[in-house]
Design a protein around this ligand. Structure first.
Ligand SMILES: NC(=O)c1ccc[n+]([C@@H]2O[C@H](COP(=O)([O-])OP(=O)(O)OC[C@H]3O[C@@H](n4cnc5c(N)ncnc54)[C@H](O)[C@@H]3O)[C@@H](O)[C@H]2O)c1
Length: 255
C-alpha cells in the first residue's frame, strides 16, 4: 500500500444518510473530493439534491435520494439503489440525528420516542441493512455518527444522550461481530459543531458563550472540520482501526 495514497477514495462507492445538511453534507462533499462516488440521501429531498449539486459542480460524482431512516422499506431501497448503481458498497456513513432540549419530566412520550426512532433505531436499521452487503462482500468501512453525549451527559438532553450512548455501543458491538468479515465499524463523536441542529444554541449569545468557555479550544467546531476524521475512517489510512470512537470535540471530553 503506497503511503501517499492512503486517503485516496477513487474507485470507492459510498452511501451517506443525513447528507442534506450540516455534518452529513460536509462528509459527503469530503468523500467526493477524495474521489468517492456518493449516494447522497436525506429525509429532506431538497437538501439531498443541493448537496449532490454542490458535489457535481466541484467535479465529483453524486446522486441524491430521499430516504427516511425510520422506514424499513426506504432503507432497503437505498441499499438496492446503491447496489444497482455501484455493484458494491465500500463506505457507509450513518449520520442523521435529532434533538429536543427539555427536562425529562417535561417531555411528551412522542418526543422521546421520535429521538430514539431516528438517532438509535434508524442508525441500527441503516447499519444492519448495509452491513448485510458489506459482510457478504467481505469488505467495507462503516461509520456511525454518535456524539460526545454518547459518553458524557448534558442536562435537558437526556434522551439524546441515551440514544447516542446506544450508537456508541452499537458501533463497538458491530465492530466485533463483523471484524472476521473484514468490515470495519467506527464512530465519529463530535462536540458542538455549527450546524442547523444546534440553531437554538447559536441564537442564544449567553448559551453560546458558556459552551465556548466550556470547550478547551475556546470555540465551536465548523462542519468542514469533520471531513478529515471522516476521510480517515473511510479510507485505507485506518485499515487496522475498528470499534473506535473518534472524538472531534475541541477537547470537550478531555476536560
Ligand atoms: N452539530 C452538532 O453540534 C453535533 C454534535 C454531536 C453530534 N452531532 C450529530 O451529527 C449528526 C448530524 O447532525 P448535524 O449537526 O449535521 O444536524 P443537521 O440538522 O444539520 O442535519 C441532520 C440531517 O439529518 C436529516 N434527517 C433527520 N431525520 C432523518 C430521517 N428520519 N431520515 C433521514 N434523514 C434525516 C435532516 O433532514 C438533516 O438533513 C447527528 O447524528 C447529530 O446528532 C451533531
Amino acid at each position: 500500500m503506497a503511503t501517499s495514497t492512503l486517503f485516496d477514495l477513487h474507485g470507492k462507492d459510498a452511501i451517506v444518510t443525513g447528507a442534506g445538511s450540516g455534518l452529513g453534507r460536509a462528509i459527503a462533499e469530503g468523500l467526493a473530493a477524495h474521489g468517492a462516488r456518493v449516494l447522497v440521501t436525506d429525509l429532506n429531498e431538497q437538501g439531498a439534491k443541493e448537496t449532490a449539486d454542490r458535489i457535481q459542480h466541484s467535479g465529483g460524482t453524486a446522486t441524491p435520494l430521499r430516504v427516511d431512516i425510520t422506514v424499513e422499506s426506504d432503507v432497503e431501497q437505498m441499499v438496492e439503489q446503491a447496489m444497482a448503481m455501484f455493484g458494491k458498497i465500500d463506505i457507509a456513513f450513518n449520520v442523521p440525528g435529532i434533538n429536543i432540549r427539555k427536562p425529562v419530566l417535561e417531555m411528551e412520550p412522542e418526543e422521546y420516542q421520535r429521538i430514539f426512532d431516528v438517532n438509535l433505531h434508524g442508525i441500527f436499521r441503516c447499519a444492519r441493512t448495509v452491513g448485510r452487503v458489506m459482510v457478504a462482500q467481505r469488505a467495507g468501512s462503516m461509520v456511525n455518527v454518535s456524539s460526545v453525549m454518547g459518553s458524557v451527559v448534558v442536562p435537558k438532553n437526556v434522551p439524546y444522550c441515551v440514544s447516542k450512548g446506544g450508537v456508541t455501543q452499537l458501533t463497538r458491538g458491530l465492530a466485533v461481530e463483523w471484524a472476521p468479515y473484514n468490515v470495519r465499524v467506527n464512530a465519529l463523536a463530535p462536540g458542538y459543531m455549527r450546524t442547523p441542529l444546534i440553531r437554538q444554541v447559536l441564537e442564544d449569545p449567553s448559551w453560546l458563550a458558556d459552551l465556548e468557555r466550556r470547550t478547551p479550544m475556546g470555540r465551536l467546531g465548523n462542519p468542514e472540520e469533520i471531513i478529515g476524521p471522516a476521510v480517515f475512517l473511510a479510507s485505507d489510512a485506518s485499515s487496522y482501526v475498528t470499534g473506535t470512537i473518534l472524538f472531534v470535540d475541541g477537547g470537550w471530553t478531555a476536560w
